[in-house]
Design a protein around this ligand. Structure first.
Ligand SMILES: Nc1nc2c(c(=O)[nH]1)N[C@H]1C(S)=C(S)[C@@H](COP(=O)(O)O)O[C@H]1N2
Ligand SMILES: [Mo]
Length: 293
């Protein structure tokens, strides 16, 4: 059940739940998630569900924003399992149920910012990644956590076109992975994830550019050395490891100072750490902000 306190800033009042529930045809295929709590980190209006589920980046299905919606039909998000490997006491392969069951889902309303200059506000349904990682008892050598996406050329036509070196890989430093704002999401807007949003399980790291939020995770590995993430491999001049949202550091072809919130007309100023500086900036004290991009 959704616990709704009257004091909550219920930002979806701007996009009432009834509005998206009206899309019955579409929702018929989805499973409504049991959500036990909620956390609102912004008073900004939610991005309409229609935009969140149709305007996506998922290169395994193609490079345009509609590709994963159009070409996602063959993708099977069930059954699913996740392999846990590397520097921990309990490596192994866990079913999606093993992964989800001990961790009640809560709704987290997060701002998301893409390096291409657009942003959204999305009500994710997930749980803190830290709670899951602790179960595998990472050891002292575990300095980073690496995530890998499914690599199924038969089901993911973008892989066959080799736009990137697949499988897609992303990673976080251990403290970032353990930060309470970092979640694994299994749904959004109260329903299980659609293929294009990373079904059945994806990462959400709201103070970083969107590419860090890896979709359809099949492997989590604890490692000692900083992994090479897919986008850094593809274009090291453009993409860094940390990818913290920073309005003061431009990419070679885009200023990162402003963003277009999907559905809005005027540009917004981009906030350092995407507005989450109070909660995360202390993890980076003493580091060169340019390296953090
Ligand atoms: N496996 C995988 N994960 C991915 C991507 C991708 O191409 N493949 N794109 C990333 C980028 S660039 C962004 S902006 C976010 C977008 O998430 P959304 O489409 O759910 O908004 O997913 C990220 N996760
Ligand atoms: Mo992105």
């Amino acid at each position: 059940m959704l616990i709704k306190k009257p004091s909550d800033v219920w930002s979806s009042d701007i996009t009432p739940r009834a509005t998206y529930l009206r899309r019955r045809d579409f929702l018929a295929a989805l499973v409504t998630l049991p959500i036990t709590g909620r956390m609102v980190t912004t008073t900004d209006a939610l991005t309409p569900r229609q935009a969140v589920t149709s305007y996506t980046n998922y290169y395994e299905f193609g490079s345009d924003k509609g590709a994963a919606t159009t070409n996602g039909g063959a993708f099977k998000a069930s059954p699913w399992s996740v392999t846990i490997a590397g520097e921990c006491a309990k490596p192994g392969t866990y079913t999606l149920e093993d992964i989800l069951k001990p961790h009640p889902l809560e709704e987290r309303v997060y701002r998301m910012r893409c390096v291409e200059g657009w942003s959204m506000v999305i009500p994710w349904d997930g749980f803190p990644l830290a709670n899951l990682l602790k179960r595998f008892e990472p050891n002292a050598k575990a300095k980073f956590v690496e995530f890998t996406t499914a690599n199924r050329p038969q089901e993911m036509p973008g892989i066959r076109r080799h736009v990137l070196n697949f499988p897609y890989v992303e990673a976080l430093r251990m403290d970032e992975a353990m930060h309470p704002l970092t979640i694994l999401a299994a749904g959004l807007y109260g329903d299980t994830l659609l293929t294009q949003n990373g079904a059945p399980l994806r990462l959400v790291v709201p103070w970083k550019y969107g590419f860090k939020s890896i979709k359809s995770i099949v492997k989590i590995r604890f490692v000692e050395k900083q992994p090479l993430n897919t986008w850094q491999d593809a274009n090291p001049a453009y993409y860094g490891f940390y990818a913290n949202v920073n309005p003061d550091v431009s990419t070679p072809s885009y200023s990162q100072a402003t963003e277009r919130r999907i559905g809005e007309f005027f540009m917004r100023r981009t906030l350092p750490f995407n507005g989450y500086a109070d909660q995360v900036a202390s993890m980076y004290t003493g580091m060169d902000p340019k390296r953090l991009y």
